[in-house]
Ligand binder design. Structure first.
Ligand SMILES: [Mg+2]
Length: 395
């Protein structure tokens, strides 16, 4: 299941105003929430359903929103209150489901597979769950149900608010394929433009298209979109790690970034910093998380476990690129972060594949050599070339 708060920031702001004694419920008005930070001042970060109906969207300039409807009600975002609402909902989810995954401030996945024995029919339970959330906290959610995370997420995005939808594999042809490709999870604006250039208009068109041509056009992103269009997703529902126990770096961009090379450079730099810090502490990490915040303020994480616990820059960089590519929908990025966690002081290299182990040991030796030279002759005397942006150039 995917549980998604309906117009989260707007609903939560509406709730806060009601609690403070306001007579109007922003959810029923043509209303928006605007950004507070200087750089985002005057940008719509959330719009009510009535506002969306007349074409007001985030991220839109407040001035443009007022051109559409001059009496639009504007309120400022309140991150502290949003966090509180988010935590309340998550607490209930954690209580009900051993396997949950917080996906963003207002979205989470739960694995219902084993719970069915206990809670019964998933559709009936989803209705109970959404009603319980409303009764306890005063805001509505959509619950999407599917065979995997992708299908559940697509389902929760169907008609809103306060609804339960299913999207099982045998329903994708009827319920998902007729939708425009822009409705497909991870199909951002620029990918959609390229796909439309191939005559692909609906998710069904994409599902039936030649996968190799899509890979030629959009690389790994094309492969992923093709799989999603066919309802394929094998990623598990995984709890997020404990933030406090890791090492991480992030950067907020001056301008929103759209090109991969710049992001890779940043991930490379973070990998280097993390590797140094791990070595300093004599620790190895088991888990890595990449965080992306988009211009729209939505923040997403993708977590990967290393094959072997590591403190090697090359490994951290390699996995960070994998996680990043799973996460990025090609939209402009406002913040990028990289963090490792599950730290321990053993590197626990498994005797799996001979070649791989040789590679790990070789890289480790190189790292050690570089460290030794830098200790001897001062930091920065030797460093690794940045050779991973373009794999073809790698030798
Ligand atoms: Mg939402």
């Amino acid at each position: 299941m995917h549980i998604d708060v309906n117009s989260a920031f707007l609903s939560w702001s509406a709730l806060k105003l009601l609690k403070e004694g306001s007579k109007i419920d922003l959810r029923n008005e043509i209303s928006v929430v605007s950004g507070r930070e200087a750089s985002r001042h005057g940008i719509v970060v959330a719009a009510s359903i009535p506002a969306k109906k007349i074409g007001i969207r985030s991220p839109m300039n407040l001035r443009d929103a007022k051109k559409i409807y001059k009496d639009v009600i504007v309120t400022h975002q309140d991150r502290e209150f949003y966090k509180e609402c988010s935590k309340n909902m998550l607490r209930l989810i954690k209580y009900l489901f051993p396997k949950y995954e917080q996906y963003s401030i207002d979205e989470c996945f739960v694995d219902y597979t084993e719970m069915k024995k206990l809670y019964g029919d998933e559709v009936k339970f989803a209705h109970k769950l959404k009603n319980e959330i409303y009764k306890r906290f005063g805001f509505t959610v959509n619950v999407g149900i599917g065979n995997n995370k992708l299908l559940a997420k697509m389902a929760s995005d169907f008609e809103k608010p306060n609804k339960v939808h299913t999207l099982y594999l045998n329903e994708i042809e009827e319920k998902m394929w007729p939708l425009p490709i822009s409705d497909l999870f991870m199909a951002g604006k620029s990918a959609c433009q390229k796909l439309k250039g191939l005559g692909i208009e609906t998710i069904g068109d994409l599902a039936k298209y030649d996968q190799n041509k899509l890979i030629g056009l959009l690389k790994s992103h094309g492969k992923m979109l093709y799989e999603y269009a066919n309802g394929i997703d094998d990623s598990p529902v995984e709890n997020r790690y404990d933030d406090r126990k890791g090492i991480g770096f992030s950067k907020t961009m001056e301008d929103d970034i759209e090109d991969k090379a710049t992001i890779y450079e940043m991930l490379s730099k973070f990998s280097n910093q993390i590797s140094l810090e791990l070595k300093k502490r004599g620790m190895y990490a088991k888990t890595l998380v990449v965080t992306i915040r988009y211009a729209s303020f939505k923040t997403y994480n993708h977590q990967i476990k290393f094959e072997n616990n590591t403190n090697l820059e090359e490994e951290i960089f390699k996995y960070s690129k994998q996680a990043f590519n799973k996460l990025w929908n090609l939209e402009p990025i406002r913040l990028i972060g990289l963090r490792v966690s599950d730290l321990s002081n053993n590197n626990d290299i498994q005797l799996s594949l001979f070649d791989e182990n040789n590679k790990v040991i070789t890289e480790k030796e190189i790292d050690k050599l570089i460290d030794d030279i830098n200790k001897e002759f001062g930091s920065g005397t030797v460093f690794k070339g940045f050779n991973n942006v373009n794999q073809k150039k790698k030798s």
